[in-house]
Design a protein around this ligand. Structure first.
Ligand code: FAD
Length: 324
């Protein structure tokens, strides 16, 4: 036992950004642990198997079976168990999405392994794996230390680590593994894409509005246009979701989405602890608020004290001008 196994995710035919990030961190940890970096592509993600080699994996495993066409806990755990039995990793890395949390918990149970979700850092300290994860709305930072000798399943928050550098000429062995016949306890009957679905968690740029926008019309006049010119998504505080201005899928925070974009613009948002819980790990935070004492300024990278009604149109026009 000593290597690292990364569970791959795909977006269309491309390796998802989270997988490139995990391969980057996985490489570093595998070198420290003295084992190989392996990657596993399950079902439809096998189309990205070769890309994992180009992003640093030493060995890629694939598992294809009709039962893996759609995600089910049993199917994915069976596929992962086949890879784990082959490469015996000390650490299994996956993203901390809803689906991977379901999968990771079931896999850790079957392996009698340690599990940590929402990880923002991973290190090897004195030979033992140590994981960091925020809790209590980001006000408490927990450190988990795992005893050696048992594998660890760590589910990592997006954008916690830089992406691995691509080495397009690198080619590595791809080994197909098989799983025995399996009847999952759940069956996917159909998949219905939600109309107007918002992919806040994958957005690199998010512009969020809060009650400081004054009313629903102002929100739609000021927030989506800025998000659009920046090529990002738009979010909302719970206050304005509860008031019916914006649908729930836009809500950021403890009871909404946890996001970690490269740029998060919070306009007319006070920065309540429950809001910060969902966005404080964003790389760059820009806050616009007329109250210089607003808590959002305590975590902002850049702060603008002013009226959103004045600042946002100027900002949108300036971004448009610079992009043209
Ligand atoms: P406010 O707190 O009312 O802040 C409005 C801000 O706008 C103020 O700072 C004000 O100075 C500023 N402002 C006003 N006018 C202007 C102007 N013209 N220009 C510039 N600035 C202006 N909240 C979330 O967001 N997400 C969650 O997931 C969430 N979960 C929660 C879970 C629980 C269990 C609880 C109890 C609360 C939760 N909340 C959540 C609610 C949270 O506590 C706050 O009430 C909410 O975040 C406040 O939203 P807001 O910042 O838009 O509004």
């Amino acid at each position: 036992m000593g290597g690292v196994l990364v569970i791959l995710e795909a977006i269309g035919t491309d390796l998802a950004a989270i997988s490139r990030e995990l391969l980057g961190k996985g490489r570093q940890l595998a070198d420290t642990l003295g084992g190989p970096l392996a990657a596993l592509a399950i079902g439809p993600t096998t189309s990205v198997a070769a890309q994992a080699g180009a992003f640093g994996a030493d060995q890629v495993y694939t598992v294809q079976a009709p039962v893996l066409a759609q995600y089910t806990t049993d199917g994915y755990v069976a596929a992962a168990m086949a890879a784990v039995q082959t490469c015996n990793p000390a650490l299994i890395l996956a993203g901390s999405s809803f689906q991977m949390r379901d999968f990771g918990a079931a896999l850790a149970t079957d392996l009698n392994a340690g599990l940590v979700v929402d990880v923002t850092d991973l290190q090897v300290v004195d030979g033992a794996l140590q994981a960091t994860r925020p809790s209590h709305g980001g006000n408490v930072i927990n450190t988990y230390r795992f005893a050696a000798g048992k594998p660890v399943v760590a589910l990592v928050r997006k954008q916690s680590f830089p992406e691995a550098t691509a080495q397009p000429d690198r080619s590595v062995p791809i080994t197909e593994l098989t799983i025995s016949d399996l009847t999952p306890r759940t069956e996917v009957v159909s998949v219905v894409p939600k109309a107007g679905a918002v992919n806040l968690t994958d957005a690199a740029i998010i512009v969020t509005g809060g009650r400081g926008l004054g009313n629903k019309d102002n929100y739609y006049r000021l927030i989506p246009p800025l998000a659009e010119v920046l090529g990002g998504a738009y979010g909302a505080s719970r206050a304005i979701v509860d008031d019916g201005w914006v649908p729930y899928e836009h809500q950021v925070g403890q009871t909404g989405k946890t996001v970690s974009p490269k740029l998060y613009i919070a306009a007319g948002v006070s920065g309540a602890i429950q809001h910060l819980a969902g966005m404080r790990t964003s790389r760059t935070i820009v806050a616009i608020n007329k109250d210089p004492e607003a808590p959002i300024f305590r975590i902002a990278t850049f702060g603008v004290v002013g009226d959103v009604n004045e600042i946002l149109p100027l900002l949108t026009e300036e971004v448009k001008r610079r992009l043209n």
